[in-house]
Design a protein around this ligand. Structure first.
Ligand SMILES: Nc1nc2c(ncn2[C@@H]2O[C@H](COP(=O)(O)OP(=O)(O)OP(=O)(O)O)[C@@H](O)[C@H]2O)c(=O)[nH]1
Ligand SMILES: [Mg+2]
Ligand SMILES: [Zn+2]
Length: 331
């Protein structure tokens, strides 16, 4: 019989079967001196995994085959041999999984069990609205809280102030929590600390916006690399290459992730995109034509709301672009 590729759902099912199996096995194995422990994946890169057990010890682990994609933030069971070499033998059921569309359109796990997606932007490199909107749809669909940070507020000047103000207005009008920060001038850091308490947050965004710098500010003793910004392109240099999870002193976990050039969320269908634009939802289904493209059609509820100033043109453009992108993908 030809080899068949497993669907994501099948992989998940196998992983969860193994999970229940190994839980059973766990009790028996312990007596046989085969130690099985619960742990949290605190870093994952390629085949290398670091798992932290409940007693806060960290072990480099390999992955048993067929467990599917494992991500930072996953709760797992590991088996340790006499030399403390670990193997991940099971993945616990997840609350959610942040996935992106990776190479050749395949799903790639970014992080698991996320309570809050922290979209980090900066004055320089300048924010990309479409990227923010894509992350917001990811947050809405996880579901997880969304927080927008505008870092490096110390770099505000007459040429960038208007565009940063526009971003603040757009997203706070919708109701998103937005914090302006500057590590250099100690602005907004207490508000950020409070927003990160008692949940697992992941810092996401372009390279060079200051994600790792924020982690370093919150956890000064952490050994974490901070990168330079290219003076020519004003872009980051992709300094962080691996997602890592840190424990915050006031409670809560913070995952630092590698900066992206782009992020394509796993929107399976139109519903996910509709669900991702929270302020557009009340207008959905009120256009005269059910297949309205919200451009030139008469009786378009979204165009009417735009004309009344109830919606942001930029957000509506993102919404349409995401629908177009999805159509191209599925064509
Ligand atoms: N002026 C200013 N510079 C900052 C601030 N925060 C971070 N930086 C600088 O921004 C640069 C990039 O910081 P990183 O923390 O490495 O950025 P990152 O988002 O982790 O980048 P990647 O790991 O590549 O994704 C460094 O030179 C930091 O010193 C800030 O508040 N103000
Ligand atoms: Mg970094
Ligand atoms: Zn319409």
């Amino acid at each position: 019989m030809a080899k068949r590729r497993l669907t994501d759902q099948q992989k998940r099912r196998i992983a969860s079967n193994k999970n229940s199996l190994s839980k059973l096995k766990g009790t028996a194995d312990k007596s046989a001196d085969n130690h099985i422990f619960n742990g949290l994946v605190v870093s994952h890169h390629g085949k290398k995994l670091i798992v932290e057990t409940d007693d806060k010890k960290q072990y480099a682990c390999k992955l048993r085959q067929n467990l599917g994609d494992i991500a930072c933030g996953d709760n797992v069971a590991i088996q340790l041999d006499q030399k403390n070499h670990g193997v991940v033998v099971a993945v616990n059921k997840r609350k959610n999984l942040l996935e992106k569309t990776g190479f050749a359109g395949l799903a790639k796990a970014v992080a698991a069990n996320i309570g809050q997606l922290v979209i980090v932007c900066s004055v320089e490199p300048e924010p990309n609205n479409y990227l923010i909107d894509r992350y917001l749809t990811a947050a809405e669909n996880l579901p997880a809280e969304a927080l927008i940070i505008i870092n490096k507020i110390d770099l505000l000047n007459d040429s960038n102030r208007a565009s940063i103000e526009a971003i603040k207005e757009t997203y706070s009008n919708i109701g998103y929590h937005l914090i302006e920060t500057s590590i250099k001038e100690h602005i907004g850091l207490e508000e950020l600390k409070a927003a990160l308490q008692n949940t697992t947050s992941i810092l996401v965004g372009l390279s060079g916006v200051g994600k790792s710098s924020l982690v370093k500010m919150l956890l000064p003793d952490t050994d974490i690399r901070i990168g330079e910004i290219s003076t020519a392109s004003k872009e980051g240099k992709h300094t962080t290459t691996v997602s890592s999870l840190y424990h915050l002193p006031d409670g809560g976990n913070l995952i630092d992730s590698p900066g992206v050039r782009d992020f394509t969320p796993r929107n399976r269908d139109k519903e996910d995109i509709v669900n991702g634009f929270i302020e557009l939802k009340p207008y959905q289904g009120y256009c005269k034509f059910s297949n309205c493209s919200h451009t030139t059609e008469p009786g378009c509820a979204i165009t009417e709301a735009l004309n009344k100033g109830e919606l942001s043109q930029q957000r509506v453009n993102s919404f349409k672009k995401m629908l177009d992108d999805l159509e191209q993908q599925t064509r």
